[in-house]
Design a protein around this ligand. Structure first.
Ligand SMILES: [Zn+2]
Length: 364
């Protein structure tokens, strides 16, 4: 298999344009046309991971956290990043990072955390804005069905758990071809009026290219009249964090011990207990303090994340319990998720989970 076959699949599942502006997900190092032998999956790319890749004959390292995040000025030996890059180039090992595009996906990092805790009825905690567009296309009535099927098959018309959603109204289209036109209906400089359907669909930003191509291929006109409009609607399928329900309410301390065990935490830092059972749980893998207000607003009993700073804990304000379980701990099952995702598509390809724990933090 070629590297680009793997990365194209990952990017189809978790499009790169779902990543945050500050991020650098995608291929970090390597030739897309290279033949790949084995993929090693880890949360972080460290020197130990590169050694493991060399030992196991893996020529792709798939990680959650990008190794190239800020500009680097030289590739010497003075920092771990430089040494990793040198080793990988020497051994022709590719590095691919799948970071906030996996965080922001409804089946990504946070879904894995929710599954580990055992939550049900999960939704995105802070749905992303500016990812949805509306397509309006005008077509002769007898082509309506064909265009509808084509744009929906290409990914338009999905709203939550519903697909093939569209809306059509009938009206009168007018146009006049010039002498260079090759019209399906009408002739040069003769005004034409006919009944047309105005069809409307919602679509995601990353599907625009495919949907427009499918629409044009299915449409009978030489020149297709359409509008593509950016929407302010939130996308409930994409965004930060997750919120869900425990199958049965749990005592606060009992729930915290359950968390400690499920995520092998050296320590959990938490704010004042609220003396009421935990039922609604908000969470965000990694550094999620920016979502605290959302978690409170949605009446979560507890907010689970990592990397909370001292002053940020005061934000609980006796409205919620903050539980900082650690950045690595919260995201550790992401690697297993990535292995599962690759095996779904390439069941016989060699992909393996690292045996290294890349957490740089120890507890006494
Ligand atoms: Zn992280």
């Amino acid at each position: 298999m070629k590297l680009f076959q793997l990365t194209a699949y990952l990017e189809e599942r978790f499009p790169l344009n779902l990543q945050e502006d500050y991020d650098n997900s995608g291929l970090q190092l390597g030739d897309p046309s290279m033949e790949i032998t084995r993929v090693l999956v880890a949360l972080d790319c460290t020197e130990a991971i590169v050694e493991e890749a060399i030992e196991t004959g893996s020529n792709v390292i798939l990680v959650h956290h990008p190794i190239l995040f800020k500009g680097i000025k030289r590739i010497g030996v003075s920092t771990e990043i430089e040494r990793i890059l040198r080793q990988c180039i020497k051994h022709d090992i590719a590095i691919y990072a799948i970071h906030t595009n996996l965080d922001n996906h409804i089946d990504g990092v946070n879904a894995k955390i929710a599954e580990t805790i055992g939550l049900t009825q999960c939704c995105v905690l802070q749905p992303k804005q500016h990812t949805l567009f509306k397509l309006v296309v005008y077509t002769p009535v007898d082509s309506e069905e064909r265009v509808h099927e084509a744009v929906c098959a290409a990914g338009a018309g999905n709203i939550g758990n519903y697909y093939n959603c569209g809306y059509a109204t009938l009206g009168t289209g007018t146009f006049t071809p010039n002498e260079k036109a090759n019209p399906t209906i009408g002739e040069a400089h003769v005004p034409t009026r006919l009944q047309e359907a105005k069809m409307e669909y919602i679509l995601e930003k990353n599907n625009i290219g495919a949907v427009l191509a499918a629409m044009k291929a299915a449409h009978p006109y030489e020149e297709v009249a359409y509008d593509l409009i950016a929407l302010e609607n939130s996308n409930t399928q994409v965004g930060s964090g997750m919120i869900g329900q425990l199958p049965a309410p749990m005592d606060e301390l009992e729930f915290l011990s359950h968390l400690k065990q499920a995520f092998n935490c050296g320590v959990i830092r938490y704010t004042a207990l609220q003396q009421k059972p935990i039922r609604t749980v908000a969470l965000c893998g990694g550094a999620g303090s920016f979502l605290l207000a959302q978690a409170i607003q949605q009446h979560a009993d507890i907010f689970i994340s990592g990397d909370f700073k001292y002053h940020e804990f005061f934000g609980a304000e006796n409205k919620i319990v903050i539980a900082d379980i650690g950045h690595y701990e919260s995201e550790q099952y992401t690697s297993a998720l990535l292995v599962e995702i690759i095996r779904e598509k390439f069941p016989t390809f060699a992909v393996q989970l690292t045996v290294n724990n890349t957490n740089p933090i120890n507890f006494l």
